[in-house]
Design a protein around this ligand. Structure first.
Ligand code: ZN
Length: 503
Protein backbone atom coordinates (compact mmCIF):
# COMPACT_ATOMS: atom_id res chain seq x y z
CA UNK A 1 0.00 0.00 0.00
CA UNK A 2 1.31 3.39 -0.95
CA UNK A 3 0.75 5.89 1.76
CA UNK A 4 2.13 9.29 2.39
CA UNK A 5 2.33 10.87 5.78
CA UNK A 6 3.78 14.20 6.67
CA UNK A 7 5.59 14.52 9.96
CA UNK A 8 6.93 17.74 11.34
CA UNK A 9 10.43 17.10 12.54
CA UNK A 10 11.16 20.45 14.01
CA UNK A 11 9.11 23.29 15.31
CA UNK A 12 10.25 25.37 12.36
CA UNK A 13 7.60 25.72 9.71
CA UNK A 14 8.30 24.27 6.27
CA UNK A 15 10.95 21.97 7.55
CA UNK A 16 9.53 18.56 7.04
CA UNK A 17 10.13 15.02 6.05
CA UNK A 18 7.22 13.15 4.59
CA UNK A 19 7.44 9.55 5.67
CA UNK A 20 5.44 6.40 5.55
CA UNK A 21 5.47 3.01 7.19
CA UNK A 22 7.75 0.34 5.79
CA UNK A 23 6.06 -1.41 2.92
CA UNK A 24 7.26 -3.62 0.13
CA UNK A 25 4.71 -2.20 -2.24
CA UNK A 26 5.82 1.35 -2.58
CA UNK A 27 6.63 4.58 -0.83
CA UNK A 28 7.15 8.19 -1.71
CA UNK A 29 9.20 10.04 0.87
CA UNK A 30 10.32 13.63 0.79
CA UNK A 31 13.58 14.54 2.47
CA UNK A 32 12.96 18.25 2.58
CA UNK A 33 13.96 21.28 4.56
CA UNK A 34 13.66 25.00 4.46
CA UNK A 35 17.09 25.34 2.89
CA UNK A 36 19.80 23.14 1.43
CA UNK A 37 21.55 22.78 4.80
CA UNK A 38 18.45 21.22 6.28
CA UNK A 39 17.87 19.01 3.25
CA UNK A 40 21.41 17.65 3.73
CA UNK A 41 20.77 17.17 7.46
CA UNK A 42 17.48 15.36 6.80
CA UNK A 43 19.12 13.07 4.24
CA UNK A 44 21.81 12.35 6.83
CA UNK A 45 19.20 11.62 9.52
CA UNK A 46 17.37 9.24 7.23
CA UNK A 47 20.53 7.44 6.15
CA UNK A 48 22.76 7.37 9.22
CA UNK A 49 22.13 6.73 12.89
CA UNK A 50 25.81 7.50 13.45
CA UNK A 51 28.89 8.07 11.33
CA UNK A 52 32.58 8.27 12.09
CA UNK A 53 33.30 10.53 9.17
CA UNK A 54 31.43 13.49 7.70
CA UNK A 55 32.24 15.08 4.35
CA UNK A 56 31.85 18.84 4.50
CA UNK A 57 31.25 20.93 1.38
CA UNK A 58 30.51 24.55 0.61
CA UNK A 59 26.78 25.18 0.24
CA UNK A 60 27.13 27.48 -2.72
CA UNK A 61 30.02 26.19 -4.84
CA UNK A 62 29.66 22.81 -6.44
CA UNK A 63 33.07 22.77 -8.12
CA UNK A 64 34.99 21.28 -5.22
CA UNK A 65 32.31 18.79 -4.25
CA UNK A 66 31.44 17.20 -7.61
CA UNK A 67 33.72 14.24 -7.04
CA UNK A 68 32.97 13.78 -3.34
CA UNK A 69 30.35 11.00 -3.41
CA UNK A 70 32.71 8.05 -3.99
CA UNK A 71 34.86 9.25 -1.08
CA UNK A 72 31.79 9.69 1.13
CA UNK A 73 30.60 6.20 0.21
CA UNK A 74 34.00 4.71 0.97
CA UNK A 75 33.83 6.04 4.53
CA UNK A 76 30.05 5.60 4.86
CA UNK A 77 29.94 9.32 5.48
CA UNK A 78 27.05 11.72 4.89
CA UNK A 79 27.79 14.89 2.93
CA UNK A 80 26.86 18.02 4.86
CA UNK A 81 27.04 21.66 3.78
CA UNK A 82 28.40 24.77 5.40
CA UNK A 83 28.82 28.46 4.79
CA UNK A 84 32.45 29.31 4.07
CA UNK A 85 33.14 31.56 7.07
CA UNK A 86 31.18 29.90 9.83
CA UNK A 87 30.04 26.36 10.52
CA UNK A 88 26.30 26.38 9.79
CA UNK A 89 24.35 25.70 12.99
CA UNK A 90 22.13 22.90 11.60
CA UNK A 91 25.22 21.17 10.23
CA UNK A 92 27.04 21.50 13.51
CA UNK A 93 24.12 19.93 15.35
CA UNK A 94 24.04 17.05 12.88
CA UNK A 95 27.78 16.38 13.26
CA UNK A 96 27.06 16.17 16.99
CA UNK A 97 24.14 13.79 16.53
CA UNK A 98 26.21 11.49 14.32
CA UNK A 99 28.93 11.18 16.98
CA UNK A 100 31.41 11.78 14.19
CA UNK A 101 35.12 11.75 14.95
CA UNK A 102 36.48 13.01 11.67
CA UNK A 103 35.52 15.72 9.18
CA UNK A 104 36.92 15.82 5.67
CA UNK A 105 36.46 19.23 4.05
CA UNK A 106 36.48 19.26 0.26
CA UNK A 107 37.84 22.44 -1.26
CA UNK A 108 40.25 25.20 -0.40
CA UNK A 109 39.94 27.84 2.29
CA UNK A 110 37.82 30.05 0.04
CA UNK A 111 35.20 27.28 0.06
CA UNK A 112 35.59 26.28 3.68
CA UNK A 113 37.67 28.57 5.83
CA UNK A 114 40.21 27.51 8.40
CA UNK A 115 38.00 28.98 11.08
CA UNK A 116 35.22 26.52 10.16
CA UNK A 117 37.68 23.66 10.57
CA UNK A 118 38.93 25.06 13.85
CA UNK A 119 35.32 25.22 15.04
CA UNK A 120 34.98 21.53 14.15
CA UNK A 121 38.18 20.72 16.08
CA UNK A 122 36.80 22.57 19.09
CA UNK A 123 33.93 20.06 19.00
CA UNK A 124 36.59 17.38 19.57
CA UNK A 125 36.84 16.08 16.01
CA UNK A 126 39.82 15.66 13.74
CA UNK A 127 39.76 17.60 10.51
CA UNK A 128 41.33 17.14 7.16
CA UNK A 129 41.14 19.17 3.97
CA UNK A 130 41.28 17.92 0.40
CA UNK A 131 42.00 20.83 -1.90
CA UNK A 132 43.75 21.66 -5.12
CA UNK A 133 44.72 24.51 -7.40
CA UNK A 134 41.45 24.14 -9.30
CA UNK A 135 38.36 21.92 -9.43
CA UNK A 136 40.15 19.35 -11.58
CA UNK A 137 42.92 18.95 -9.04
CA UNK A 138 40.47 18.77 -6.16
CA UNK A 139 38.75 15.90 -7.99
CA UNK A 140 42.13 14.26 -8.61
CA UNK A 141 43.09 14.53 -4.96
CA UNK A 142 39.73 13.09 -3.92
CA UNK A 143 40.31 10.26 -6.42
CA UNK A 144 43.67 9.51 -4.84
CA UNK A 145 41.90 9.15 -1.50
CA UNK A 146 39.19 6.94 -2.98
CA UNK A 147 42.01 4.76 -4.26
CA UNK A 148 43.41 3.34 -7.43
CA UNK A 149 40.80 1.98 -9.80
CA UNK A 150 40.99 0.36 -13.20
CA UNK A 151 37.70 2.00 -14.09
CA UNK A 152 37.06 5.73 -13.73
CA UNK A 153 34.24 8.13 -14.49
CA UNK A 154 35.00 11.27 -16.46
CA UNK A 155 32.48 14.10 -16.13
CA UNK A 156 32.26 17.68 -17.30
CA UNK A 157 33.75 19.88 -14.59
CA UNK A 158 32.10 23.18 -15.41
CA UNK A 159 28.57 22.14 -14.65
CA UNK A 160 27.10 19.84 -12.03
CA UNK A 161 24.22 17.68 -13.35
CA UNK A 162 26.11 14.91 -15.14
CA UNK A 163 28.69 14.39 -12.38
CA UNK A 164 25.98 14.21 -9.74
CA UNK A 165 23.73 11.89 -11.74
CA UNK A 166 26.55 9.34 -12.11
CA UNK A 167 27.61 9.75 -8.47
CA UNK A 168 25.48 6.94 -6.94
CA UNK A 169 26.76 4.41 -9.48
CA UNK A 170 30.37 5.60 -9.27
CA UNK A 171 30.27 5.68 -5.49
CA UNK A 172 28.78 2.23 -5.11
CA UNK A 173 31.41 0.71 -7.36
CA UNK A 174 34.36 2.65 -5.99
CA UNK A 175 34.99 4.40 -9.30
CA UNK A 176 36.56 7.82 -8.76
CA UNK A 177 34.93 10.74 -10.59
CA UNK A 178 37.47 12.75 -12.56
CA UNK A 179 36.62 16.05 -14.21
CA UNK A 180 37.45 17.54 -17.57
CA UNK A 181 36.96 20.55 -19.80
CA UNK A 182 34.94 20.09 -22.96
CA UNK A 183 37.84 20.13 -25.40
CA UNK A 184 40.92 19.36 -23.36
CA UNK A 185 41.62 16.79 -20.70
CA UNK A 186 43.57 18.54 -17.92
CA UNK A 187 47.16 17.28 -17.75
CA UNK A 188 46.93 16.36 -14.07
CA UNK A 189 43.83 14.28 -14.78
CA UNK A 190 45.50 12.52 -17.67
CA UNK A 191 48.45 11.83 -15.41
CA UNK A 192 46.27 9.91 -12.92
CA UNK A 193 44.62 7.91 -15.69
CA UNK A 194 48.07 7.01 -17.03
CA UNK A 195 49.58 6.22 -13.61
CA UNK A 196 46.70 3.93 -12.70
CA UNK A 197 46.74 2.14 -16.02
CA UNK A 198 43.00 2.73 -16.28
CA UNK A 199 41.34 0.15 -18.53
CA UNK A 200 37.90 1.69 -18.91
CA UNK A 201 36.61 5.26 -18.83
CA UNK A 202 32.93 6.00 -18.41
CA UNK A 203 32.25 9.35 -20.08
CA UNK A 204 29.14 11.08 -18.76
CA UNK A 205 27.32 13.51 -21.03
CA UNK A 206 26.99 14.42 -24.67
CA UNK A 207 29.63 15.79 -27.01
CA UNK A 208 28.59 19.31 -26.08
CA UNK A 209 29.96 18.61 -22.59
CA UNK A 210 32.83 16.27 -23.37
CA UNK A 211 34.12 16.44 -26.92
CA UNK A 212 35.08 13.59 -29.19
CA UNK A 213 38.66 14.80 -28.80
CA UNK A 214 38.64 14.17 -25.04
CA UNK A 215 36.71 10.93 -25.60
CA UNK A 216 39.43 9.70 -27.93
CA UNK A 217 42.19 10.62 -25.49
CA UNK A 218 41.17 8.24 -22.67
CA UNK A 219 41.45 4.44 -22.39
CA UNK A 220 38.53 2.36 -23.65
CA UNK A 221 35.87 5.07 -23.41
CA UNK A 222 32.15 4.33 -22.99
CA UNK A 223 29.84 7.31 -23.33
CA UNK A 224 26.52 7.75 -21.53
CA UNK A 225 24.93 10.27 -23.79
CA UNK A 226 21.94 12.57 -23.55
CA UNK A 227 20.59 15.69 -25.19
CA UNK A 228 20.12 17.37 -21.83
CA UNK A 229 20.80 16.79 -18.13
CA UNK A 230 17.52 14.95 -17.64
CA UNK A 231 18.26 12.52 -20.41
CA UNK A 232 21.81 11.89 -19.20
CA UNK A 233 20.47 11.05 -15.73
CA UNK A 234 17.72 8.91 -17.28
CA UNK A 235 20.25 7.04 -19.40
CA UNK A 236 22.40 6.37 -16.34
CA UNK A 237 19.33 4.91 -14.62
CA UNK A 238 18.46 2.86 -17.72
CA UNK A 239 21.99 1.52 -18.01
CA UNK A 240 22.87 0.78 -14.40
CA UNK A 241 19.64 0.64 -12.39
CA UNK A 242 17.14 -1.04 -14.73
CA UNK A 243 16.51 -3.93 -12.35
CA UNK A 244 15.72 -1.71 -9.38
CA UNK A 245 12.17 -0.71 -8.44
CA UNK A 246 13.14 2.44 -6.58
CA UNK A 247 14.75 5.76 -7.42
CA UNK A 248 15.64 9.11 -5.95
CA UNK A 249 14.62 12.33 -7.62
CA UNK A 250 16.09 15.80 -7.19
CA UNK A 251 16.02 19.14 -8.90
CA UNK A 252 18.34 19.33 -11.89
CA UNK A 253 18.44 23.11 -11.68
CA UNK A 254 20.66 23.47 -8.60
CA UNK A 255 23.34 21.14 -7.30
CA UNK A 256 23.00 20.94 -3.53
CA UNK A 257 20.17 18.42 -3.03
CA UNK A 258 21.55 15.97 -5.61
CA UNK A 259 25.03 16.29 -4.09
CA UNK A 260 23.96 15.53 -0.56
CA UNK A 261 21.50 12.88 -1.77
CA UNK A 262 24.07 11.09 -3.94
CA UNK A 263 25.73 9.04 -1.23
CA UNK A 264 22.35 8.17 0.30
CA UNK A 265 21.19 6.97 -3.14
CA UNK A 266 24.43 5.00 -3.49
CA UNK A 267 23.80 3.24 -0.17
CA UNK A 268 20.30 2.36 -1.34
CA UNK A 269 21.55 1.19 -4.74
CA UNK A 270 19.26 3.53 -6.63
CA UNK A 271 19.74 6.21 -9.26
CA UNK A 272 19.12 9.94 -8.96
CA UNK A 273 16.71 11.16 -11.60
CA UNK A 274 16.48 14.88 -12.23
CA UNK A 275 13.45 17.12 -12.58
CA UNK A 276 12.42 20.74 -12.88
CA UNK A 277 10.50 22.21 -9.96
CA UNK A 278 7.04 21.88 -11.44
CA UNK A 279 6.94 19.16 -14.07
CA UNK A 280 8.67 15.83 -14.56
CA UNK A 281 10.65 15.99 -17.82
CA UNK A 282 9.77 13.50 -20.56
CA UNK A 283 13.12 11.72 -20.27
CA UNK A 284 12.68 11.29 -16.51
CA UNK A 285 9.11 10.01 -16.95
CA UNK A 286 10.31 7.47 -19.51
CA UNK A 287 12.98 6.18 -17.14
CA UNK A 288 10.40 5.75 -14.38
CA UNK A 289 7.98 3.95 -16.71
CA UNK A 290 10.49 1.74 -18.50
CA UNK A 291 12.45 0.74 -15.42
CA UNK A 292 9.28 0.30 -13.38
CA UNK A 293 10.28 2.58 -10.49
CA UNK A 294 7.50 2.46 -7.92
CA UNK A 295 9.15 3.98 -4.86
CA UNK A 296 10.87 7.33 -4.49
CA UNK A 297 12.94 9.49 -2.25
CA UNK A 298 12.41 13.11 -3.20
CA UNK A 299 15.28 15.39 -2.17
CA UNK A 300 14.49 19.01 -1.38
CA UNK A 301 11.50 21.10 -0.38
CA UNK A 302 8.47 21.97 -2.52
CA UNK A 303 10.34 24.91 -4.02
CA UNK A 304 12.78 22.45 -5.59
CA UNK A 305 10.38 19.59 -6.33
CA UNK A 306 6.76 20.73 -6.15
CA UNK A 307 3.97 19.11 -4.17
CA UNK A 308 2.35 18.37 -7.53
CA UNK A 309 5.31 16.26 -8.60
CA UNK A 310 5.49 14.61 -5.19
CA UNK A 311 1.81 13.68 -5.36
CA UNK A 312 2.12 12.36 -8.89
CA UNK A 313 4.97 10.08 -7.80
CA UNK A 314 2.85 8.80 -4.91
CA UNK A 315 0.04 7.45 -7.13
CA UNK A 316 -0.14 3.68 -6.77
CA UNK A 317 0.08 2.92 -10.50
CA UNK A 318 3.45 4.68 -11.00
CA UNK A 319 5.93 2.15 -12.38
CA UNK A 320 3.29 -0.58 -12.69
CA UNK A 321 2.83 -2.56 -15.91
CA UNK A 322 -0.80 -2.86 -16.94
CA UNK A 323 -2.17 -4.80 -19.89
CA UNK A 324 -5.36 -3.49 -21.43
CA UNK A 325 -7.26 -5.82 -23.74
CA UNK A 326 -9.74 -4.25 -26.12
CA UNK A 327 -12.04 -7.18 -26.82
CA UNK A 328 -12.74 -8.55 -30.29
CA UNK A 329 -11.47 -6.51 -33.29
CA UNK A 330 -10.82 -7.10 -36.98
CA UNK A 331 -12.91 -9.96 -38.32
CA UNK A 332 -14.66 -10.28 -34.94
CA UNK A 333 -16.89 -7.22 -34.42
CA UNK A 334 -18.26 -8.49 -31.11
CA UNK A 335 -21.73 -7.32 -30.18
CA UNK A 336 -23.59 -4.85 -32.31
CA UNK A 337 -26.81 -3.16 -31.49
CA UNK A 338 -28.60 0.12 -31.82
CA UNK A 339 -27.78 2.81 -34.27
CA UNK A 340 -27.24 5.97 -32.30
CA UNK A 341 -26.63 9.36 -33.91
CA UNK A 342 -26.55 7.70 -37.32
CA UNK A 343 -23.79 5.26 -36.36
CA UNK A 344 -24.34 1.59 -35.72
CA UNK A 345 -22.72 0.74 -32.41
CA UNK A 346 -20.15 -2.02 -32.78
CA UNK A 347 -18.44 -3.48 -29.74
CA UNK A 348 -14.94 -3.73 -31.21
CA UNK A 349 -14.88 0.03 -31.88
CA UNK A 350 -16.40 1.09 -28.57
CA UNK A 351 -14.01 -1.02 -26.50
CA UNK A 352 -10.94 0.06 -28.48
CA UNK A 353 -11.92 3.67 -27.89
CA UNK A 354 -12.33 3.14 -24.14
CA UNK A 355 -9.14 1.07 -23.93
CA UNK A 356 -7.14 3.89 -25.52
CA UNK A 357 -8.65 6.36 -23.08
CA UNK A 358 -7.59 4.11 -20.17
CA UNK A 359 -4.15 3.79 -21.73
CA UNK A 360 -3.85 7.56 -21.91
CA UNK A 361 -4.80 8.06 -18.25
CA UNK A 362 -2.41 5.36 -17.05
CA UNK A 363 0.48 6.56 -19.21
CA UNK A 364 0.03 10.08 -17.83
CA UNK A 365 0.38 8.55 -14.38
CA UNK A 366 3.66 6.87 -15.36
CA UNK A 367 2.37 3.32 -15.78
CA UNK A 368 3.69 1.13 -18.54
CA UNK A 369 0.63 0.17 -20.56
CA UNK A 370 0.64 -2.86 -22.84
CA UNK A 371 -2.23 -3.16 -25.32
CA UNK A 372 -3.33 -6.45 -26.86
CA UNK A 373 -4.42 -4.40 -29.87
CA UNK A 374 -4.24 -0.75 -30.87
CA UNK A 375 -6.11 -0.98 -34.17
CA UNK A 376 -8.86 -2.93 -35.88
CA UNK A 377 -7.13 -6.29 -35.69
CA UNK A 378 -8.06 -9.61 -34.12
CA UNK A 379 -5.49 -11.23 -31.85
CA UNK A 380 -6.86 -14.67 -30.96
CA UNK A 381 -7.83 -15.36 -27.37
CA UNK A 382 -4.79 -17.64 -27.08
CA UNK A 383 -2.56 -14.84 -28.33
CA UNK A 384 -4.01 -12.41 -25.79
CA UNK A 385 -3.50 -14.90 -22.97
CA UNK A 386 0.03 -15.72 -24.12
CA UNK A 387 0.89 -12.03 -24.34
CA UNK A 388 -0.43 -11.42 -20.83
CA UNK A 389 1.44 -14.40 -19.41
CA UNK A 390 4.77 -13.42 -20.96
CA UNK A 391 4.42 -9.68 -20.41
CA UNK A 392 5.51 -9.36 -16.80
CA UNK A 393 2.41 -7.18 -16.39
CA UNK A 394 0.97 -6.64 -12.93
CA UNK A 395 -2.67 -6.89 -14.03
CA UNK A 396 -4.84 -7.59 -17.10
CA UNK A 397 -8.07 -5.72 -17.86
CA UNK A 398 -10.27 -6.86 -20.76
CA UNK A 399 -12.78 -4.29 -22.01
CA UNK A 400 -16.14 -5.28 -23.47
CA UNK A 401 -19.67 -4.08 -23.97
CA UNK A 402 -22.59 -6.42 -23.50
CA UNK A 403 -25.57 -7.54 -25.55
CA UNK A 404 -28.56 -9.82 -25.22
CA UNK A 405 -31.18 -11.26 -27.51
CA UNK A 406 -33.83 -9.04 -25.96
CA UNK A 407 -33.53 -5.31 -25.31
CA UNK A 408 -34.36 -5.15 -21.63
CA UNK A 409 -31.11 -6.29 -19.95
CA UNK A 410 -28.93 -3.29 -19.12
CA UNK A 411 -26.22 -2.14 -16.77
CA UNK A 412 -22.60 -2.77 -15.83
CA UNK A 413 -20.84 -5.91 -14.64
CA UNK A 414 -17.25 -6.99 -14.02
CA UNK A 415 -16.03 -10.58 -14.20
CA UNK A 416 -13.19 -12.43 -12.54
CA UNK A 417 -12.02 -16.04 -12.41
CA UNK A 418 -10.58 -18.06 -9.54
CA UNK A 419 -8.10 -20.20 -11.52
CA UNK A 420 -5.10 -17.90 -10.99
CA UNK A 421 -4.59 -15.02 -8.54
CA UNK A 422 -8.11 -15.53 -7.30
CA UNK A 423 -8.21 -13.04 -4.44
CA UNK A 424 -6.48 -10.26 -6.37
CA UNK A 425 -8.64 -10.81 -9.43
CA UNK A 426 -11.78 -10.54 -7.32
CA UNK A 427 -10.47 -7.44 -5.58
CA UNK A 428 -9.60 -5.81 -8.91
CA UNK A 429 -13.09 -6.60 -10.22
CA UNK A 430 -14.70 -5.14 -7.11
CA UNK A 431 -12.68 -1.94 -7.22
CA UNK A 432 -13.35 -1.34 -10.91
CA UNK A 433 -17.05 -2.17 -10.61
CA UNK A 434 -17.40 0.16 -7.63
CA UNK A 435 -15.92 3.08 -9.56
CA UNK A 436 -17.91 2.33 -12.71
CA UNK A 437 -21.22 2.33 -10.84
CA UNK A 438 -20.37 5.44 -8.83
CA UNK A 439 -19.22 7.31 -11.94
CA UNK A 440 -21.62 6.14 -14.63
CA UNK A 441 -24.78 5.73 -12.60
CA UNK A 442 -25.61 2.63 -14.63
CA UNK A 443 -27.53 -0.34 -13.20
CA UNK A 444 -25.26 -2.42 -10.98
CA UNK A 445 -25.27 -6.00 -12.23
CA UNK A 446 -22.48 -6.77 -9.82
CA UNK A 447 -19.15 -8.57 -9.74
CA UNK A 448 -19.37 -12.08 -11.16
CA UNK A 449 -17.27 -15.19 -11.42
CA UNK A 450 -16.96 -16.49 -14.97
CA UNK A 451 -14.94 -18.71 -17.26
CA UNK A 452 -14.03 -16.37 -20.10
CA UNK A 453 -10.77 -17.53 -21.62
CA UNK A 454 -8.84 -14.28 -21.18
CA UNK A 455 -9.47 -14.22 -17.44
CA UNK A 456 -9.39 -17.97 -16.84
CA UNK A 457 -6.05 -18.72 -18.48
CA UNK A 458 -4.29 -15.45 -17.66
CA UNK A 459 -1.96 -16.08 -14.74
CA UNK A 460 -1.87 -12.52 -13.45
CA UNK A 461 -4.77 -10.79 -11.68
CA UNK A 462 -7.29 -10.28 -14.46
CA UNK A 463 -10.83 -9.01 -15.00
CA UNK A 464 -13.30 -8.60 -17.82
CA UNK A 465 -15.42 -5.46 -17.82
CA UNK A 466 -18.81 -5.25 -19.52
CA UNK A 467 -19.45 -1.51 -19.47
CA UNK A 468 -23.07 -1.48 -20.67
CA UNK A 469 -25.45 -3.13 -23.19
CA UNK A 470 -25.45 -2.11 -26.85
CA UNK A 471 -28.70 -4.12 -27.11
CA UNK A 472 -30.47 -1.77 -24.69
CA UNK A 473 -31.59 1.60 -26.04
CA UNK A 474 -30.74 3.68 -22.98
CA UNK A 475 -27.34 2.03 -22.49
CA UNK A 476 -26.61 2.30 -26.21
CA UNK A 477 -27.27 6.04 -26.18
CA UNK A 478 -24.80 6.36 -23.31
CA UNK A 479 -22.13 4.27 -25.08
CA UNK A 480 -22.51 6.38 -28.22
CA UNK A 481 -21.43 9.43 -26.22
CA UNK A 482 -17.68 10.06 -25.99
CA UNK A 483 -18.09 11.84 -22.65
CA UNK A 484 -19.63 8.68 -21.24
CA UNK A 485 -16.82 6.55 -22.66
CA UNK A 486 -14.26 8.89 -21.11
CA UNK A 487 -16.04 8.62 -17.75
CA UNK A 488 -15.97 4.83 -18.07
CA UNK A 489 -12.23 4.96 -18.79
CA UNK A 490 -11.68 7.31 -15.84
CA UNK A 491 -13.60 4.93 -13.59
CA UNK A 492 -11.54 1.91 -14.67
CA UNK A 493 -8.40 4.00 -14.12
CA UNK A 494 -9.47 4.91 -10.59
CA UNK A 495 -10.51 1.34 -9.86
CA UNK A 496 -7.01 0.21 -10.83
CA UNK A 497 -5.48 2.85 -8.54
CA UNK A 498 -7.70 1.75 -5.66
CA UNK A 499 -6.75 -1.87 -6.28
CA UNK A 500 -3.03 -1.12 -6.01
CA UNK A 501 -3.68 1.04 -2.94
CA UNK A 502 -5.08 -2.06 -1.26
CA UNK A 503 -2.15 -4.29 -2.16
ZN1 ZN B 1 -17.27 -8.79 -25.88
Amino acid sequence: MKKVFVAFLFAAAFCFIAVLPASAEGYTIRLGGQDRFEVAVNVSKKGWTSANTVILANYDAYADALAAAPLAYKYNAPILLTQPGVLTAATKAEIDRLNATNVIAVGGSASISDSVLSEVRKMGLKTERISGANRFEVANNIALRVGKSSKVVLAYGLNFPDALAIAPYAARNGYPILLTNTNTLPGSTKAIIDQWGVSQTIIVGGEGSISRNVYNSVPNPYRIDGRNRFEVAANIANKYFSTRSQSSIATGMTFADALTGAVFAAKRNEPILLTTATSVPTETRSAIINNGYQSFFVYGGPGSVSEGIFNSLAISVVGKTIMIDAGHGGTDPGASGYTSGGTKLVEKDLVLDMSKRIQSRLTSSMSKVLMTRTGDTYPTLNERVAKANSSGADIFVSMHVNSYSTSSPHGTETWWNSTYESADSQLLAEEIQKELIATLGTYNRGVKHGDFRVIKDTKIPSVLVEVAFVSNKDDADLLANSTFRQKAADAVYRGIINYFNKQ
